[in-house]
Design a protein around this ligand. Structure first.
Ligand code: GUN
Length: 293
């Protein structure tokens, strides 16, 4: 069987090019899309993700700002900054990079972000709307995966979809999105007995655990679509996914690489959500008055 690679980098670039026109239109209306990314601490991976997000916004012509706090910052300081940003009409999206240090109440931080600026889709209101099948903001990584499937012409309806990982960021929203498209969804996690039994049944397999190469070729059904959300750093400094690409690529019909698969799509969908937030505001606000010469 020939293996096809699902190229997230190329699709993300295509999407980002298409965003430029929407950004120009909004900018002309006085609603240049603006995103603020808040980072607490010095986690190396989070620093890279945040830098990539901010750079992607700037490349698309959007306003973007990075706010960095030391690891021992008082959560009240971050909450006060979020309150300020909620009231700032130049800012359409607010993202707090996760994970947060242990002394933070993550749920309280996410709840403090105005739901209409929650471009991560992590606020309880947005999670609830997604669960009810009326999404407002879709979490960026699973949103990117759905776009990749759509672009590749994969219809989840009637398929067995197996997700490995039950996080709020990927596993749970991924399950809701695939369910909404008619897949029969199984979520596996650290307490699942006989993981391979489940993964070998999957027409669509999504790995989102954060364990290097834990899904081997013997755990894949021939002809499966394999989506690797993991980004793990190996001792030699190279990146790899949760899927053992070399062995799984032999068996899968379609497979995402790491890097260059889901990662770039996460960023593209963050831009999409921020632009969407600005468009919603532009629709609610009157157009700026033109100067009369
Ligand atoms: N940490 C890992 N992925 C994400 C994400 O999509 N959003 C935020 N805010 N933090 C993350």
């Amino acid at each position: 069987m020939t293996t096809n690679i699902l190229d997230g980098k190329a699709l993300a670039e295509q999407l980002r090019t298409s965003f430029k026109e929407r950004v120009s239109t909004l900018t002309a209306l006085g609603q240049r899309p603006g995103l603020v990314v808040i980072l607490v601490g010095e986690d190396a991976a989070s620093q890279v993700y945040v830098r990539n997000k901010v750079n992607a916004c700037e490349a698309a012509g959007m306003l973007s700002e990075k706010v960095v706090y030391p690891v021992d910052v008082d959560p009240a300081v971050v909450l006060a900054r979020i309150a300020q940003l909620n009231a700032d009409c130049r800012i359409h999206g607010i993202l707090v990079q996760l994970p947060l240090p242990r002394h933070f109440d993550e749920a309280a931080i996410l709840a403090a972000i105005a739901a209409e600026k929650d471009v991560d889709g992590f606020h309880a209101e947005n999670v609830g709307a997604l669960a009810q099948g009326q999404p407002r903001f879709i979490p960026c990584t699973p949103y990117g995966v759905m776009k990749m499937l759509e672009h590749a012409g994969i219809d989840p309806s009637g398929k067995e979809a197996v997700i490995v990982g039950r996080s709020n960021i990927v596993g749970k929203p991924m399950a809701l999105l695939l369910l909404a498209k008619g897949a029969t969804v199984t979520i596996c996690h650290s307490k699942t007995r006989d993981l391979g039994f489940h993964t070998r049944r999957a027409d669509i397999l999504v790995a989102a655990v954060g364990k290097a190469r834990m899904i081997g070729g013997d755990m894949i059904k021939p002809g499966a679509v394999v989506i690797d959300v993991g980004i793990n750093r190996l001792p030699d400094g190279k990146l790899c996914g949760d899927v053992d690409f070399a062995s799984c690529a032999q068996t899968a019909a379609l497979i995402t690489p790491v890097p260059g698969g889901v990662g770039p799509m996460t960023i593209a969908m963050l831009l999409a959500n921020t632009i969407e937030a600005a468009e919603r505001l532009a629709q609610r606000s009157p157009a700026p008055r033109r100067k009369v010469a």
